[in-house]
Design a protein around this ligand. Structure first.
Ligand SMILES: *Cc1c(COP(=O)(O)O)cnc(C)c1O
Length: 268
């Protein structure tokens, strides 16, 4: 909706390489042009490079924090510097689909940076920590005039009544959120240890998945699939050596590790 609202041929969006696939798709769907900023280390958003990529035709900057598929974050000092640099006519999209999982004290909650001057919009979802991806429900926080324009372009009744019931129940279920955070934290500790044991390089993650260097992402994805374990190959994101592995329940994590060890062994 944001892309259709703010982009058209001749106008562009700025986003980082190796960031969420929907940013280029939405930009292309609206006929917009793409200005892709380099990462700082091959994985992390470089907000200075993103600010520098903004030109007179830029209308949107998309930021994933944490980013999917890398699990990386940018921190408060970098974010504040970025906010100072972005022109006031550029929409800053803070896509925080995984913010509930983040434990880093320097993580910037963009909700604190809304004012009546900036075109800042915070995007959140019930698809991740609430486990309601099939319900297709999320939310945006922005100035009333921006929200009103989004209402004008969205379809009427675009969130079903069942999805609304599920989302409200999810928000009220503090115990489920706490349990999910604990299961994820324990799963991450376990998987990190096992990746080290298997000598598989991985990107330290702030979300509920890992980007793991398995040498040949497509081959390992295929081998795991045959064993009934679904990971994501990452060549489409510019990482042909990697797969993205979601943290699961303890028995699922153990099974993943066993099958991964087998797949890697069979490969070498
Ligand atoms: C999952 C995700 C979203 C939102 O997904 P929906 O299921 O459409 O709500 C947004 N951004 C990122 C980076 C995501 O990973």
């Amino acid at each position: 909706l944001l892309a259709f609202l703010y982009l058209r041929p001749g106008l562009n969006s700025v986003y980082s390489e190796h960031s969420f696939a929907i940013y280029p798709l939405a930009t292309a769907a609206a006929g917009g042009e793409h200005r892709v900023a380099k990462t700082s280390d091959g994985f992390s958003h470089d907000l200075d490079a993103m600010a520098a990529a903004i030109d007179a035709n830029t209308r949107i900057v998309f930021l994933g924090n944490p980013n999917n598929p890398t699990g990386t974050i940018y921190r408060r000092a970098e974010w504040k510097r970025f906010l100072e640099r972005v022109p006031e006519n550029v929409v800053i999209v803070a896509d925080e689909a995984y913010f509930e999982f983040v434990r880093d004290p320097q993580y910037p909650d963009s909700m604190e940076d809304h004012d009546d001057r900036r075109l800042l919009i915070t995007l959140r979802t019930f698809s991740k920590i609430f486990g309601l991806a099939g319900m297709r429900v999320g939310y945006a926080v922005a100035r009333p005039d921006m929200i009103q324009m989004l209402h004008n372009v969205r379809q009427p009744f675009n969130v079903t009544s069942l999805a609304q019931v599920a989302a409200i129940a999810g928000m009220d279920d503090r115990a489920h959120i706490a349990r999910t955070l604990q299961v994820n934290a324990d799963g991450m500790t376990y998987l990190e240890r096992e990746f080290v044991r298997l000598k598989l390089p991985f990107v330290p993650s702030h979300a509920n998945f890992f980007l793991v260097d398995v040498g040949d992402g497509r081959a390992v994805y295929d081998k795991l699939l045959r064993k009934g374990v679904i990971v994501r190959p990452m060549h489409g994101y510019g990482y042909p050596r990697h797969v993205r592995i979601s943290v699961g329940l303890p028995e699922e994590n153990r099974r993943l590790v066993a099958m991964l060890a087998e797949a890697m062994g069979a490969q070498s």
